[in-house]
Write a protein that binds this ligand. Structure first.
Ligand SMILES: *Cc1c(COP(=O)(O)O)cnc(C)c1O
Length: 366
């Protein structure tokens, strides 16, 4: 019963984790096979943990094909702390104000937080379309002297995703990939920085991955608090103060699962494409009875935000699905409606079951 619920977890985050990872985690809470101690009581100074961090970094490098021009840091404070530390570290008087794409709930949050730290420009705002579409980044007129261009690769709340895009080459590109990191291959070389917290696609909450191009580190001003300075975490191999040992452990298990069980990011992408095609196909077949928030070209493969057009119907559907062990389908509090999150660990079988439930609901209640 519990397992069945875990398999049918469509939560926006913290999201589903692979069944095999949950099983290994359960054993590790009792005793890690490598040390005989609970993972929850393992010292961050132990040889076990130090080599775990190295493995996690290696696995991420392998999955992403990340070059040695980049450093990796495992940090705390979630993606929200990154919203603040990015302008602190990488904007400054030597550059024009950083530019932000304001394309939905999370990029608006990132922009607002950055503006508390530094003057920032908004290069594009999706308000006119009620955040249902995305711009062509390469078409935007961005000041080439801008410190960087920041965008959110997948708008988790609205269900909008940039996907493989042409990007401007004139300014350093920084992307929040919190909700689609490791869901498909990415051309990491186009970015100066990529960050993603773990709790949507790579593990539990508590750890955030930052990939930073070494050249960008040279910009960091003197005098930042050490804990807010990316160089601190990089120099200490993500072990400056007590790191989130448990979250990094589970993230490492997920990276092994992606590599060994799934077969890498291209294989993951194919699975994710099949999952999202299944659900959009099911919804499109209902015609006017359903509204999908994202306009077609920008539909996310990770988060599907939709509504049956009336709050009472949406609530009835969430309840209908809950009776079938499906959870996490309520839309984000800012948008309402429903949201089905199809993160890596959500299986094709789970999505097929959700589609069946949608069809059944439509046939009996719409
Ligand atoms: C969920 C989410 C966040 C918020 O992350 P926290 O770790 O809660 O700070 C930021 N960005 C995106 C794209 C998200 O989906």
């Amino acid at each position: 019963m519990t397992t069945r619920c875990n398999e049918l977890n469509f939560s926006g985050g913290p999201g589903a984790l692979p069944a095999s990872v949950l099983q290994q985690t359960q054993r590790a809470i009792e005793a890690l096979p490598e040390t005989g101690l609970s993972v929850l009581g393992m010292s961050h100074r132990s040889a076990w943990f130090i080599s775990l961090v190295e493995e996690a970094m290696e696995n991420l490098r392998g999955l992403l094909g990340l070059s040695d021009d980049y450093d990796i840091a495992f940090m705390q404070g979630g993606s929200s702390l990154q919203f603040a530390t990015i302008p602190m570290n990488f904007a400054g008087p030597a550059w024009a104000p950083p530019q932000y794409i304001s394309s939905g709930y999370w990029s608006r949050r990132a922009t607002a937080e950055a503006q508390r730290v530094h003057r920032c420009g908004v290069a594009w705002d999706g308000e006119a379309s009620r955040y249902s579409e995305l711009p062509d980044l390469a078409q935007l007129d961005i000041d080439p002297r801008a410190a960087y261009l920041h965008y959110v690769s997948n708008e988790t709340v609205e269900g909008l995703q940039f996907g493989e895009q042409r990007t401007p080459s004139s300014v350093p590109l920084i992307a929040d990939m919190s909700s689609d990191f490791l869901s498909a291959p990415v051309d990491t070389g186009r970015y100066s920085m990529i960050y993603a917290h773990a709790q949507k696609n790579l593990g539990p909450s508590g750890v955030t991955v930052a990939l930073v191009k070494r050249a960008l580190l040279e910009r960091i001003p003197k005098g930042l608090p050490a804990i807010l300075d990316y160089r601190t975490h990089i120099a200490h191999r993500s072990n400056y103060n007590t790191p989130p040992v448990f979250a990094i452990y589970v993230l490492t298990l997920v990276s092994r699962w992606l590599r060994d069980d799934i077969g890498g990011l291209l294989a993951m992408q194919k699975i994710n494409e099949r999952k999202s095609a299944m659900i959009y196909g099911t919804l499109d077949a209902l015609g006017d009875a359903v509204r999908i928030h994202a306009k077609a070209p920008w539909r996310s493969r990770m988060n599907v935000a939709f509504s049956f057009g009336a709050e009472s119907l949406d609530r009835a559907f969430v309840e209908f699905a809950r009776e079938r062990n499906m959870t996490g389908l309520e839309g984000h509090r800012s948008l309402g409606g429903m949201r089905a999150s199809l993160y890596n660990a959500v299986t094709e079988q789970a999505v097929a079951a959700l589609c069946e439930t949608i069809r059944e609901f439509a046939a009996t209640r719409l």
